[in-house]
Design a protein around this ligand. Sequence first.
Ligand SMILES: Nc1nc2c(c(=O)[nH]1)N[C@H]1C(S)=C(S)[C@@H](COP(=O)(O)O)O[C@H]1N2
Ligand SMILES: [Mo]
Length: 331
Amino acid sequence: MANKIWHLKDNQVTPESVFKDRRNIIKALGLTSIGVGLPSQVQAGIFDLFKSAPEFQGKPMNFKQPPQFQSKELLTPYNKVTQHNNFYEFGTDKADPHQRAQSLRVDPWSVSISGEVDNPLTLDLDDLRNQFEVQQRIYRLRCVEAWSMVIPWVGISLADVIKKAQPNSKAKYVAFETLFDPQQMPGQSNRRLGGGIEYPYVEGLTIEEATNELSFLALGLYGKTLPPQNGAPVRLVVPWKYGFKSIKSIVSIRLMEQRPPTTWNRLAPHEYGFYANVNPEVDHPRWSQATERRIGEGGLLSAKRIPTEMYNGYGEQVAHLYRNLDLKRNY
Ligand SMILES: Nc1nc2c(c(=O)[nH]1)N[C@H]1C(S)=C(S)[C@@H](COP(=O)(O)O)O[C@H]1N2
Ligand SMILES: [Mo]
C-alpha cells in the first residue's frame, strides 16, 4: 500500500497537481475520505503527498501601531515563526504544521460568541477586520516547552469583541474552541498524528483575563493575514501565559458561569494547569522553567538561553489579577 502511494507520487503527478487534485488522488487510492481506516503509518504517507502544497500567501493588512504594544526587541525571523509550530491537529513535530496545514480553508470563516451574553454574535472575517480597530502588537511567546519567540502580530483586542456581545452578570469565564474538521485536520482522527489529544482543542480564561488589555485575537503576523500553521484565520494570543493557552483557528467563544475544561489540563492535569501563567519559579514536573531558548536565526539548538521572566515580562499589566492566588498550587 505504501509503495503504491509513493509510486503515484513519484511517477504520475507533479507536486503542484498533487495539491490541486487532492480529491482525485484520494479517490484513486480507493479511500472514501482521507486516510480513514488505514494504519497510521500509511495515513502519514498520504499526508506527505500534500507536503508540497503551495505556501500560503498572506494578504497585506492595514493596522495601527499603538506605542505601548510596540517593542525594540529582536523579532524572530518570519521563517522560524511559520516553520516551527505547535498545532497538533496537523501532527506533533514542529515542522508538521507548516508541511500539512497549507491547504486549510481559512476563508470563509466565522466565529460565534455565545453563552452568558445579552447580544450573541456571529462574526465573519470582514466583521472581525472592520468592526474593530486592527493593531500591530509585538509580543513575546513563551512555550511551556521552554522555547520562545518575539512575534509582530496583527489583530484586535479580545476585550472589544467580548464587550460587543454584552456579557451578563453570570459571565465568569470565557471558553474557546478550535475548528473540528478531521477531513482538514488529520490529527483529529488519528491519535498518533494528533498526539492523543481529545479534539476539538479547547481553552479558557477568566473574564478578567479575557478582558485584560493584553488579550488579543490575532488575524495576522508580519503585516499579513495569518498562515494556517499559526492558527488562521483567527487565534488567541495571551502573552503572559504559556503558549498552549493561545488557541488557534477559533470558531467559538462562549461566556460561561463555570470554569470550562482546557485541552492540556484534561490530558495531564499534574503538568498543565488552568492558569498556565509563565513563572520561572514554578517548574514543570519534568523540566525547569527558569530559562528558555530564544529562537532566532539558526536552529533550535543554537538558540540562546535566557532567563524566563515572571508573567513573561508582562507583570505590570497582569500581576494584579493574581494578587490573592497561590501560584504554586494554581500553575
Ligand atoms: N488548536 C490548537 N491551538 C494551539 C496548539 C495546538 O496544538 N492546537 N498549540 C499551542 C501551543 S503548545 C503553542 S506553543 C502555540 C504555538 O503557536 P505558534 O505555532 O503560532 O508559534 O499554539 C498553541 N495553540
Ligand atoms: Mo506550547
